[in-house]
Write a protein that binds this ligand. Structure first.
Ligand SMILES: Nc1ncnc2c1ncn2[C@@H]1O[C@H](COP(=O)(O)OP(=O)(O)OP(=O)(O)O)[C@@H](O)[C@H]1O
Length: 688
């Protein structure tokens, strides 16, 4: 029986074929896999640069290109016959000598580039890698086939021009050396291309010839399918279900982490996908129930649907509960009290703060309560008097603090009398309940402190310290207890907490390549965000430096209009054009800062079926094309959400940063096209 592996390009190319061709091709691949009569035979290709390459006739005038070694077949692509033969002739394959992963490159194109580089090198004595001997380069996996070419490279620009032609595992360490990094730095770059953590130590040349073993070390490039069911899954599921990029794969499939893990990374670097795959991986191991939490109910529904696609086995899928922290808190408190808790509304809460007759306003008091008192879980006035007040710009004397404490006492007292609570109070109570011996609560014979064996957290940047305490209490300290992903630059709420401060001593990992954004939107977005550091999650601050994309696309369109009416007409015209271009309504997202603008845009686009939401509502979503409207001075930042500078300048600076983050989040949802508009004066956040 042949062993069949598919490349990530194959399902995508197959689905682009006309339906009858696709159907025939699927049948042919299935027959080939099962080795039954009518299965296509591998046919050698005359003039192929690599003698292991063959083609399979998959449909009338269509062929698959395969690389064959013994009983293993790696199916790369499906193309009309002439193109399939040309593809088969052009490519070469090898095993990287440092990582043991598979490499593939267009040798015909590289040969042409090589002769041009040789000609150019004759007129220059400079050689980019002169200071590195062959042994150094070999240690970095630079293959003997590439070495003569590498020796001719005179400067960094020539190397950059070769990027699309070289296998990434060849280019990455060379680019690092060219940037002036040490051998260690170059090795680190190379290591980042590794999916499977086990080191590769070839004992002899045989391993470098073993393509099948190399494919097993390259799950980003090849997936083995055992039978028709698995084949269908690979062909039908979205690409991200099957193929992860090396850092995503490594992080999500790591056997076991001794300590909690925090993965940070810019917009579209695959944090959510990594979290989903980690949850699926843990579920597959079956060591106990898993909670996958995210910020909101809406996002948890999206995550749940994605997990359904990712995990086929129902039993395994049932091991993962998907939810948000508020719901978890609600459930724990309901179970303990025997009935659902009643929540207080925002207007009632504001009225209570007013009633407290403090010299400070309701907004100030609410922040002080949430950001200082609840955040640090302060239980007594003495604790409050001694507590630091990070992020609060106005100092409070002991007398003033006593006044605030009294106001908080008034509000919490009234709430208790009315049997009402805020969501954060609920989270705090749930954490306390879990901290007690909760045998009764969880209806267990054996008292235990937690309902989950693993917790995976998405959108971690916006969780409040109280919510972190709840999560910490909901999973015992053990290997693989917490796997957390987030991006401090996308924070859109007021909480900033270093995980260490809430008892989560996490190992930090970074994802740096955005697979959603084209470079043009990413660069513009980074300028919009201010490029400045963000704090929270990790101790200290985190920079956006080093964040990059792999694709190019059009630059964001920024359009100025004379009036709000014209701006809305402009929006409708653009959205209509996109739909005429063939973009499905579900692939278009429209966002604005204010509910009024959202209402107006919704009314105009009602028939179209596109999603229109607030900037907040864009969190965690993704669209092919995105329009953000009303990015005008006086709307973004929203004046009413800014603390007056005279009241608290530090809080105002935080507010501005949060508003910036909000716009950044909305703009970085676009996979292809970003359109931004305003009427009147542009928002001060827009890059010039
Ligand atoms: N391995 C992959 N295969 C296919 N597409 C991918 C892969 N990784 C990332 N992408 C693309 O990038 C998008 C972003 O992934 P994901 O939502 O996981 O990123 P994120 O880091 O959580 O983003 P954000 O923080 O901006 O919400 C995916 O929806 C997909 O389009």
């Amino acid at each position: 029986m042949p062993r069949l592996a598919l490349s990530p390009e194959f399902p995508a190319e197959l689905s682009a074929l006309a339906q009858p061709v696709r159907r025939d091709a699927v049948v042919a691949v299935r027959r080939f896999l099962q080795n039954v009569s009518g299965a296509p035979h591998p046919e050698r290709v005359r003039g192929a640069r690599d003698e292991r390459v063959a083609t399979l006739r998959l449909a009338d005038r269509y062929r698959g290109v395969v690389v064959r070694q013994r009983d293993v077949y790696w199916l790369l692509t499906v193309l009309p016959e002439p193109e399939a033969w040309a593809c088969a002739q052009r490519h070469r394959f090898a095993v990287n000598s440092a990582l043991g992963v598979v490499e593939m490159w267009d040798a015909a194109a590289l040969e042409r580039a090589e002769s041009a580089i040789r000609r150019a090198a004759r007129s220059s004595r400079a050689r980019l890698f002169a200071e590195f001997c062959d042994t150094d380069l070999a240690e970095l996996g630079v293959g003997h086939r590439f070495l003569p070419l590498v020796r001719q490279i005179t400067d960094e620009l020539t190397l950059e021009a070769l990027e699309p032609l070289l296998p990434p595992t060849q280019y990455a360490p060379l680019a690092a050396l060219a940037r002036g990094e040490s051998m260690t730095g170059a090795w680190r770059e190379l290591e980042n291309r590794r999916c499977v953590p086990a080191p590769f130590e070839p004992a002899g040349g045989a391993e470098l010839e073993d393509l099948a073993a190399a494919l097993l070390r390259s799950p980003d490039r090849a997936v083995f399918v055992e039978g028709p069911r698995e084949l269908n899954h690979v062909l039908d599921a979205p690409g991200w279900c099957v193929f992860l990029h090396p850092p995503q794969y490594r992080l999500s499939h790591w056997e076991s982490y001794e300590r909690p893990v925090l993965v940070t990374g810019g917009a579209g670097t695959g944090k959510t996908l990594t979290a989903l795959h980690r949850a699926a991986h843990l579920a597959g191991n079956g060591r106990g129930p898993i909670l996958l939490v995210t910020f909101s109910q809406g996002l948890s529904a999206e995550l749940s649907a994605k997990l359904d696609l990712l995990i086929e086995d129902e039993v395994v899928r049932k091991r993962v509960e998907v939810g948000n922290v508020d719901r978890l808190a609600h459930r724990i408190v309901s179970q303990a009290e025997g009935r659902p808790p009643t929540l207080v509304g925002a207007a009632e809460l504001t009225a209570l703060w007013r009633e407290a007759e403090s010299e400070h306003g309701p907004a100030f008091l609410l922040r002080e309560w949430e950001q200082v008192i609840l955040a640090q879980n302060l239980q007594t006035l003495e604790e409050y008097l001694a507590a630091p007040r990070p992020g609060r710009g106005v100092g409070l004397s002991a007398e003033e603090r006593t006044g605030v404490w009294k106001a908080v006492g008034h509000v919490t007292g009234r709430l208790a009398e009315r049997g009402k609570r805020t969501l954060l109070q609920l989270a705090a109570e749930a954490a306390t309940l879990l901290g007690q011996s909760t045998g009764d609560l969880l209806e267990e014979d054996e008292p235990r402190r937690e309902p989950y064996r693993h917790i995976v957290v998405d959108e971690a940047q916006d969780l409040h310290p109280t919510q972190w305490r709840l999560l910490r209490a909901a999973v015992p300290y053990a290997p693989d207890d917490l796997f957390i992903v987030g991006d401090p630059h996308q924070r859109i709420f007021d909480t900033r907490v270093a995980l260490g401060a809430v008892g989560i001593d996490a190992i930090q990992q970074l994802l740096q390549v955005s697979h959603r954004l084209p470079q043009e939107i990413l660069s513009w977005g980074v300028r919009l965000r201010g490029g400045g550091p963000a704090d929270g999650l990790v101790a200290g601050v985190q920079e956006l430096y080093g964040f990059r994309a792999t694709r190019h696309g059009p630059r964001p369109m920024v359009r100025a209009y004379d009036s709000p009416e014209e701006e809305l007409s402009g929006l409708v015209a653009h959205v209509s054009q996109w739909m005429e271009d063939g973009v499905a309504p579900g692939e278009i997202g429209v966002a604005a800062r204010t509910p009024a603008l959202v209402r107006d845009a919704r009314a105009l686009l009602r028939e179209s079926g596109v999603r229109v939401t607030t900037l907040h509502g864009m969190k965690g979503l993704e669209f092919r094309r995105v329009a953000v409207i009303g990015v005008a001075d006086g709307i973004v930042p929203a004046p009413e959400s800014l603390t007056p500078a005279e009241e608290d300048p530090a809080a105002r600076a935080h507010d501005l940063q949060r508003e910036r983050g909000l716009l950044y989040v909305a703009c970085t949802r676009a996979r292809e096209v970003l359109y931004v508009s305003y009427s009147g004066r542009a928002s001060p956040f827009l890059p010039t």
